[in-house]
Design a protein around this ligand. Structure first.
Ligand code: IDP
Ligand code: MG
Length: 144
């Protein structure tokens, strides 16, 4: 997900481009303003944390771009492209390392496991909004 700061700063194209260039496949994409209840459910693991209410304000502060990204080891690979949670510690070359400075404005979200990805995808997409399609380039992305 490109968070509200990423959208406001005009980083949507750059972020999508990095995912595409890596060889990952976009199988669903939309812009939405996350309702508060959905945000609270999305970040429910952080409910008890002191930053929870500011996190909910942040993520609901403007439209986001939500995506479902498919590919070999997609979770691990996307988390690596995204970089460490704190942009000040994220390596240069990662999205957060290149485009962020503050923990509370870290530009992107990425699911951290298959279980959370499945849960989060259901919060943002209906089944018919997720596409199963072939790409000819995959013969050049993957060793068969
Ligand atoms: P992640 O986004 O790298 O998975 P999490 O620990 O799951 O990191 O935290 C979720 C989000 O909550 C972070 O991306 C960041 O926006 C925010 N966050 C995490 N820790 C802090 C903090 O200490 N202060 C303010 N915001 C935080
Ligand atoms: Mg997380």
């Amino acid at each position: 997900m490109v968070k509200p700061d990423g959208v406001q700063r005009g980083l949507v194209g750059e972020i999508i481009s990095r995912l595409e260039k890596k060889g990952l496949k976009i199988i669903a994409i939309k812009m939405l303003k996350i309702p508060k209840e959905v945000a609270e459910e999305h970040y429910r693991e952080h409910k008890a944390k002191p930053f929870f209410s500011s996190l909910i304000s942040y993520i609901t502060s403007g439209p986001v771009i939500s995506m479902v990204i498919e590919g070999k080891n997609a979770i691990k690979v996307v988390r690596k492209l995204v970089g460490a949670t704190n942009p000040a510690e994220a390596e240069p070359g990662t999205i957060r390392g290149d485009f962020g400075l503050d923990l509370g404005k870290n530009v992107v979200h990425a699911s951290d496991s298959l279980v959370s990805a499945e849960r989060e995808i259901k919060l943002f997409f209906k089944d018919e909004e997720i596409f199963d399609y072939e790409r000819d380039i995959d013969a050049w992305v993957y060793e068969r």
